[in-house]
Design a protein around this ligand. Structure first.
Ligand code: SF4
Ligand code: SF4
Ligand code: FES
Length: 257
């Protein structure tokens, strides 16, 4: 087994401010960035705050930025860096820092609550649901999400624009709206809920300009842009230009005036 000393630059501080601190830390074969952060805690900075749980890429807790790229620290092998590289670890930039590498990701939970749940179809009991395999596959891809919020962190709509947060759900939750809107058994429209309209008017679908940065950082390899955001945009546009919807809106507007 070979080992070497890596140069780490870690952000330390809290809501009042902070900065980068330099450390030399031992690295052994096969280790990941989270191992090195743990060694740093064990040997030099016992009060370094870091959030983690599974160390297996499944809980979504250890999200941070490594050399400026949003990553899961437990899934980032040290072997992807050269031995003489300085490795900078900073908290997720889009969310308020709590302390050191821990951020307050409450924004995401608030956005999750704004998406109305699946509406079960009337007259079909649990166990009686039947779906085409392609519909099952689509939902299953979206449900691989581990809620690490790396996509939310990287999306430029909120990353540098705090003001946009109120009006934009972010890729993870627009994907949830897309999943429900394309779900063949979702009966939201029978309850008067138009998910395409809410995607535009309440979840900020129009802010997304399909740059695919969210897809690039997703550790689950979900095709967020191609399979969720673009289809949702197409469906919302179809709704807008559907002559029946157009006529319905016109009649409703006249009725209301
Ligand atoms: S594709 Fe849309 S949601 Fe994804 S990062 Fe780009 S603007 Fe954000
Ligand atoms: S869609 Fe991917 S990047 Fe976004 S929260 Fe889920 S797992 Fe993380
Ligand atoms: S510790 Fe669970 S995803 Fe990294």
């Amino acid at each position: 087994m070979s080992s070497y000393e890596a140069a780490f630059r870690v952000w330390r501080g809290d809501v009042g401010g902070g900065g980068l601190e330099d450390f030399k830390v031992e690295v052994n074969d096969g280790e990941v960035v989270l191992d090195i952060i743990h060694r740093l805690q064990a040997t030099q900075t016992p009060d370094l705050a870091v959030r983690w749980n599974c160390k297996a890429g499944k809980c979504g807790s250890c999200s941070a930025e490594v050399n400026g790229r949003p990553r899961l620290m437990c899934m980032t092998r040290m072997s992807v860096f050269t031995r003489d590289e300085v490795i900078t670890v900073t908290p997720l930039r889009a969310f308020p820092v709590v302390r050191d590498l821990v951020t307050d990701v409450g924004f995401n939970y608030r956005k999750a609550r704004e998406v109305p749940a699946f509406v079960p179809p009337a007259g079909v009991g649990p166990g009686e649901y039947r779906m085409m395999q392609e519909d099952v596959d689509r939902s299953q891809e979206f449900r691989k999400c581990i809620e690490c919020f790396l996509c939310q962190d990287t999306c430029h709509v909120v990353r540098d624009h705090e003001d946009n947060k109120a009006a934009f759900a972010g890729p993870r939750f627009l994907m949830r709206v897309a999943e429900l809107d394309m779900h063949p058994l979702d009966a939201a429209s029978e309850e008067g809920l138009d998910r395409k309209r809410t995607a535009q008017d309440e979840h900020g679908l129009g802010y997304c300009n399909i740059t695919k940065c969210c897809t690039e950082v997703c550790p689950e390899g979900i095709h967020i842009t191609d399979n969720a955001l673009i289809p949702l945009k197409e469906r919302a546009a179809d709704r807008k230009y559907d002559p029946v919807v157009w006529l319905g809106n016109k009649i409703r507007r006249r009725g209301g005036s």
